[in-house]
Design a protein around this ligand. Structure first.
Ligand code: URA
Length: 252
């Protein structure tokens, strides 16, 4: 692994100007592998674990952020008239071309993955891969066994499109509350699937993508980088689904 000056590595990892990075180091606010280092020109391994003001930092070639999307935001990079999920983090990553890897409706909430890794996003969204996504949904009526069986077989939407089999778990305490597991992403899919049974969706929240669960501590509008284990999990899912070796790399 190559070595780099600490001030240069910190500037990259924290997206700081080099002068500010140097000041943080001189002030004793920077750790390298857990040890305070006050020398800006110190050579450190470029994969060293850096900390700034008590918080871990991690320089990545690409960014992978777990965001808890609040209702009312668009799943888009930019929009002229409406706030987007990327607007939530734009100040933290001003030089990154982030975009959502998959959409939630404006009124839906929960897990959106923001990244600048086009190939990984493409693979996650590819209809070939059927990456699992889990949603907590509240209906305007109790869910039924007929719906559960229909979801398991594959619902045919009113326009004739046949959906892939989907999971539907009905809450025993409150049958209007359900957990839906999808392996594809069709526009308004869950709303349209319940619509076939005359049921309306009141709230819809995505709680997991590819086996990675939304961090319940984030709260609406909160975000954090995926951990190395979460990223490895997503890449692992794509690997199991037959992605090229490129997606099994561990450089994040
Ligand atoms: N299905 C929907 O109907 N809406 C979403 O936002 C996601 C899945």
């Amino acid at each position: 692994m190559a070595q780099m000056r600490l001030d240069k590595l910190l500037a990259q990892a924290a997206e700081l100007p080099r002068s500010k990075a140097r000041r943080e180091i001189l002030a004793g606010r920077v750790t390298v592998d857990g040890v305070v280092c006050r020398q800006p020109d110190q050579k450190v391994e470029s994969d060293a674990a850096l900390g700034l003001a008590g918080r871990p930092l991690c320089w990545q070639q690409q960014i992978y952020l777990m965001v808890d999307k609040p209702a009312g935001l668009l799943s888009a990079s930019r929009d002229a008239s409406c706030r987007t999920v990327v607007d939530l983090v734009r100040d933290q990553y001003p030089r990154r071309a982030l975009f959502p890897a998959g959409r939630l409706d404006k009124d839906s909430t929960g897990f959106v993955l923001l990244t600048d890794d086009g190939p990984l996003a493409h693979a996650l969204l590819s209809p070939k891969h059927h990456v699992e996504k889990v949603y907590r949904v509240t209906l305007d009526c109790p869910a039924t066994e007929e719906m559960r069986r229909g979801f398991a077989q594959g619902v045919t939407l009113v326009d004739g499109q046949r959906m892939l089999p989907a999971g539907l778990e009905i809450d025993s305490e409150d049958p209007a509350g359900v957990t839906v597991t999808l392996h594809q992403g069709v526009y308004h899919q869950i709303k349209r699937m319940f619509g076939v049974y005359g049921a309306g969706v009141v709230t819809l929240r995505r709680v997991a993508i590819g086996g990675v669960a939304l961090d319940p501590t984030l709260g609406p509008g909160g975000s954090r980088p995926l951990t190395a284990a979460e990223l490895a999990r997503l890449r692992g899912v794509l690997g199991e689904l037959g992605e090229p070796a490129d997606f099994a790399r561990q450089d994040g």
